[in-house]
Design a protein around this ligand. Sequence first.
Ligand code: MD3
Ligand code: FE
Length: 217
Amino acid sequence: MTIGLFDDSQDGRRPREPLAEGAVLLVRFAKSMEMELAAALDAIIGAAPFRHMMTPGGFRMSVAMTNCGQAGWVTDARGYRYDPIDPETGRPWPPLPPSFLDLAARAAKEAGYGGFVPDSCLINRYEPGSRLSLHQDRNERDFSAPIVSVSLGLPATFLFGGAQRSDRPRRIRLEHGDIAVWGGPSRLAFHGVAQLEDGHHPIFGGRRINLTFRKAL
Ligand code: MD3
Ligand code: FE
């Protein structure tokens, strides 16, 4: 049921929830584009398949990753970096699809960051048991641009910490179609994702996909 102007969702979540200074959750903002996003994603992973990268310390990541855009985030024995070439294929990453660029720019604008033009999209695939431990995103050149993250498929518990690793993280549910925009003082917050629970999503099956749009270069 709709409650006035304040609730057009079905679970009591408002369309726009402030998370912290500079960070906003746009509830189900990407839902109406789910089929277009799924098709664009299929084309990307056909050209640049998901892979489990290795951390510089020698651990295999439980989250499988790929990228599109002018540069992709990679990790291996040499460290973390953005690379214009996919080390698995030896070719440039697939370009950012217009539907991705348009969605990221509209979401950023809605969150108060006009003029956001990402040059990179890291695509994370979680299967039951996959998790992402607490980290900061610091490999981008310019921290004044926000990061826009789009959640698709199974829900996850996002861990949103503070400026220090020791700050106790808040747990935030991220569901299919949700977009979170992280800028300003939240841009360098520690964050992670709790172990994915089993489930089934009608489009994405037993998986969660997260797109993070970045200005990396
Ligand atoms: C807050 N991805 O790819 S998205 C990552 O769900 C990453 O796959 C998670 O953390 C995922 O680096 C979380 C939300 C997110 C992304 C980047 C952030 C939150 C952020 C950067 C700064 C602060
Ligand atoms: Fe991150």
